[in-house]
Write a protein that binds this ligand. Structure first.
Ligand code: ACO
Length: 259
C-alpha cells in the first residue's frame, strides 16, 4: 500500500503508507497523492485535509531509484515526469480545503515540499528535516518555491547548500513548521487545529489563502513551477546527479566527497 485515504466526518486523512521504504514517493505515489488531494477537495463532506504518515518517519522524499532511472528516459519524458512532481506541490498548495501536515521522524528532501505547501505544519519534537539534495548531486528544485516562502531566501541559501540536518525546534524557528510539540501530544495538537478550522466559515477559509498570497505577494507563478521542474529534470540526469544518486543507492561516498 502506498497511500491510504480515510474519512472521519469532516476530516479526510491522506496517509503516506509505505514505511518500509520510509514513505519515499515515486511517480505512482505522486499520481495517487494528486488524485487523493483532488478528490478530498471536491468531496462535499470534507472540511479539512490532514496529511500524515505511517511508521517512524514522515517521508524520505523522492524515491531515489525512480530519480536515478529518469536518466534512462528521453529528455521530453523526463521533463514531463518532473512536471508531475511539481504538480503535486501545486495541488497541495492550491487544495480546495485547508491542509494540515502532521510530521514525525525524518522529513527529507521532497517531503519538505509537502510540508511547506500545506497551510499548517505540526511536528513532533523528534522530527528532523533535511534539504539533502545537494549531497545527491541535485537540488530541492520543485519544492523551492514553497520552502523559500516558508524559511526565507537567506536561510534557504544556507540549507540548500549545506544539507545540514535541522532539528524540530530549529525548524520551528525557521518557519518550516508552525508548532513543535512532544510526540505524545501530536495527535491532540492536530485535533485542536482541526477544531479551530471547523469553527471557521468554509467560504471565507477558501478565500483566505488567496488573500495571503495577494497580501504578501507569495503566490507561486506557473513559470517558476515550470522552471523548477525543468531544473530537476536536468540535474537528476546530469553527471553529478547520476553519481550522487548511484552513490546513495550503492551505499558508498560520492566521487566529490573529501573526508
Ligand atoms: N529513496 C529510495 N530508498 C530510500 C530512500 C529514498 N529517498 N530513503 C531511504 N531509502 C531506503 C534505504 O536505501 C534503505 O534501503 P535498504 O533497506 O534496501 O537498505 C531503506 O530505505 C531504509 O533506509 P535507512 O537509511 O536504513 O533508514 P533509517 O530509518 O535509518 O533512516 C532516513 C531514514 C533518515 C530517511 C534515511 O533513509 C535517509 O537519509 N534517506 C535519504 C533521504 C533523502 O536524502 N531524501 C532526499 C531525496 S531527493 C528528493 O526528495 C528530491
Amino acid at each position: 500500500m502506498s497511500i491510504t485515504t480515510t474519512n472521519q466526518g469532516p476530516v479526510t486523512r491522506i496517509t503516506l503508507d509505505n514505511p518500509d521504504k520510509r514513505n519515499a514517493f515515486d511517480n505512482t505515489i505522486i499520481e495517487a497523492l494528486i488524485d487523493a488531494f483532488e478528490q478530498a477537495g471536491a468531496d462535499a463532506h470534507t472540511r479539512v485535509i490532514v496529511l500524515d504518515a505511517a511508521g517512524k518517519h514522515f517521508s524520505a522524499g523522492a524515491d531515489l531509484n525512480w530519480m536515478r532511472a529518469m536518466g534512462e528516459l528521453d529528455a521530453d519524458q523526463n521533463r514531463a515526469d518532473a512536471r508531475r512532481l511539481a504538480a503535486l506541490m501545486s495541488t497541495i498548495d492550491g487544495a480546495a480545503k485547508p491542509v494540515i501536515a502532521r510530521v514525525q521522524g525524518a522529513a527529507f528532501g521532497g517531503a519538505l515540499g509537502l510540508i511547506c505547501a500545506a497551510d499548517i505544519a505540526l511536528a513532533a519534537d523528534d522530527a528532523r528535516f533535511c534539504l539533502s539534495e545537494v549531497k545527491l548531486g541535485i537540488l530541492p528544485a520543485v519544492i523551492a518555491p514553497y520552502v523559500v516562502r516558508a524559511m526565507g531566501g537567506r536561510q534557504a541559501r544556507r540549507y540548500f547548500m549545506t544539507a545540514e540536518v535541522i532539528d524540530a525546534p530549529r525548524a520551528g524557528q525557521l518557519g518550516l513548521v508552525h508548532e513543535v510539540v512532544p510526540a505524545v501530544d501530536l495527535d491532540t495538537t492536530v485535533e485542536r487545529l482541526v477544531a479551530a478550522l471547523l469553527a471557521g466559515a468554509p467560504g471565507a477559509q477558501r478565500r483566505a489563502r488567496e488573500l495571503v498570497h495577494r497580501a504578501d505577494d507569495s503566490a507561486v507563478e506557473q513559470a517558476v513551477v515550470d522552471y523548477t521542474a525543468d531544473l530537476i529534470a536536468e540535474l537528476r540526469t546530469g553527471a553529478e546527479g547520476q553519481e550522487g544518486l548511484s552513490a546513495f543507492l550503492e551505499k558508498r561516498p560520492a566521487a566529490w566527497r573529501h573526508e
